[in-house]
Ligand binder design. Structure first.
Ligand code: CS2
Length: 540
């Protein structure tokens, strides 16, 4: 079978071909993170927006980690397909909005040249929480992170506050942004808009902070005026992105090939749903994303916190509880009695922490139940369970802190924390395939913990929540949940669950335990869960 490429794409039927003629696009967006999520989200918005408006916004996508995706994209002239997977229906189309791919390390000079170019107005990022190199406790830049430390050392290469060409090009994402902004400041001073599309509360301000921290920690003689210019002239809008796009499986690549009649090593598949809410605070012209359905708004926080605490929060809870129950994918968990109940119980529990102006939490949870149950999407629990040390604080701990301050119930979050803490123990059972930058620290904690509650406290302190670590009632409660889980089951909390009408006697909650029969039923009709062929991509 021939491979997807500039030559073969021309022979596809119109319904499978890109919407936009690639030759009219120019590099106007630089994107960090070449993972499945970007390819199925921002690249699609850009494609549809260009089509709707006649725009010429081309994306240069930079892979921060492995160069493997760069090679595979280049082999097919940067074309790849996106399959929308509704239950029982598959729609596959080639996307052409990525016009060039680069590797952050080996193509650093080209990435810097683009960042310095006055024609480039927008930078976007999907580099996962890890890519920001933030300190867990403060959110400030971790200047001891090896990539950051090396890039900071490179700022000493030029004596007069300049990064001489070739004297030391940056390799980290934050280093690239700071070096690029420095070049703009020292030349034309055209502003730049830098858009984080990662799952962090206040992702725009968080990014702004680490970029400014890099500049003020640099050896550049002009660091102070540069920082002042960045603070005044660069925009870091907050955004919330949403689309469930698991790592592509071999069977999804095969389905894409069958639909196209062409091999596509970079095929992605996701749910049909997509959403993008963007703070309307650009320093430069906006790409035509609104024409593709993105919503520009003054206040993103209610949307962002709802998505983070309900969707991502439920995802992580399902991941750790589902793995403990012997399941593999999110839709399997939604096929158990406890899956939908967990989503609704969590939504009810955290809803008091959400600012007004966002979606209705009960309706939102109902939508989540349907999205998570999509049998065409086999989202591996292990993928979601990875990097919990960075995800859990964003998804659960901020809400937990608020609820503890106001003395409100935290039963569901306690259960979720117990499943997470248990999964991070060296004897945590089905841990294979779960990666976490703090894995060694977890192992050391559990090797020396005096008790379960002590271990939980240490884990909470490790991920930046020393206040919660000192909450003895909380750690005791989580420890009790861990014991119940180890004993084979614990109920999903009933309290606050919207399935129980106010005033009516609480319905008995389904038992969390999943019997072998239920597990078989949950998996029925799915066949093997799908093999992740390539190592999970570093970028989401
Ligand atoms: C997931 C997210 O992998 C994960 O941790 O929770 O990637 C989730 O699928 C997306 O944020 C949905 O928009």
């Amino acid at each position: 079978m021939p491979q997807l490429s500039a030559r073969t794409v021309a022979d596809l039927p119109p319904a499978r071909r890109p919407l936009v003629d690639r030759t009219r696009l120019v590099p106007r967006i630089l994107h960090f993170g070449l993972g499945a999520f970007h390819r199925a989200h921002q690249a699609v918005y850009t494609e549809i927006g260009n089509h709707a408006t006649g725009g010429d916004w081309g994306i240069v996508a930079v892979a921060p980690g492995s160069a493997d995706a760069v090679r595979r994209m280049r082999a097919q002239d940067c074309f790849y397909s996106v399959s929308d997977k509704a239950p029982g229906a598959l729609n596959t189309r080639v996307i052409g909005s990525i016009i060039e791919v680069r590797h952050a390390v080996t193509d650093s000079a080209r990435v810097q040249a683009l960042l310095a170019s006055a024609n480039l107005g927008v930078v976007t990022l999907t580099v996962t929480e890890k890519g920001y190199a933030r300190l867990a406790a403060t959110g400030r830049l971790d200047t001891t992170d090896p990539l950051i430390a090396a890039d900071l050392a490179r700022t000493a290469a030029g004596s007069a506050g300049e990064s001489r060409p070739g004297a030391g090009q940056p390799v980290s994402v934050i280093g690239h942004l700071a070096f690029g902004l420095a070049q703009r400041f020292r030349t034309h001073q055209v502003p730049l808009t830098i858009v984080s599309a990662d799952n962090m509360a206040g992702n725009g301000p968080a990014l702004r902070q680490v970029v400014l921290d890099f500049i003020t920690s640099s050896h550049w003689a002009d660091a102070a005026p540069l920082a002042a210019w960045v603070a005044a002239s660069a925009a870091f809008p907050e955004t919330v992105v949403d689309r469930i796009v698991p790592a592509t499986t071999d069977s999804e690549r095969a389905a894409a090939a069958a639909a196209l009649g062409l091999k596509d090593a970079m095929a992605v598949a996701g749910e049909p749903y997509r959403q993008w809410v963007i703070e309307d605070s650009f320093a430069t012209e906006r790409p035509p994303w609104a024409a593709a359905g993105a919503e520009f708004t003054a206040d993103v926080a209610p949307h962002a916190l709802t998505k983070l605490r309900l969707l991502n929060g439920a995802h992580s809870a399902i991941a750790y509880l589902g793995l403990a129950a012997g399941l593999d994918t999110v839709d399997q968990a939604m096929n158990t009695p406890w899956g939908p109940n967990l989503v609704r119980a969590l939504a009810a529990e955290v809803s008091p922490t959400l600012p007004p102006g966002g979606p209705n939490p009960v309706a939102y949870a109902d939508t989540l139940v349907a999205r998570f149950a999509n049998p065409a999407i086999r989202h591996q629990l292990r993928q979601i369970a990875s990097d919990g040390s960075l995800k859990v604080p964003e998804r659960w701990l901020a809400a937990l802190r608020q609820l503890r301050h106001t003395g409100q119930p935290v039963d569901t979050l306690s259960l979720a924390l117990a499943a997470w803490a248990a999964a991070m123990r060296p004897d945590g059972g089905r841990r294979d395939g779960i990666s976490d930058p703090k894995a060694n620290e977890y192992a050391a904690i559990w090797a020396g913990a005096r008790s379960l509650a002590d271990g939980i406290g240490q884990v909470l302190a490790l991920v930046g929540a020393p206040d919660l670590a000192e909450d003895a009632e909380l750690t005791a409660r989580v420890a009790a949940r861990m014991e119940a889980l180890a004993a084979g089951g614990t109920p999903i909390p009933r309290q606050g669950n919207p399935v129980n009408k106010p005033g009516s006697p609480a319905k008995p909650a389904p038992d969390f335990r999943v019997s072998a029969g239920q597990r078989t039923a949950a998996r029925r009709g799915h066949g093997p869960a799908g093999v992740i062929h390539h190592a999970p991509e570093e970028e989401k």
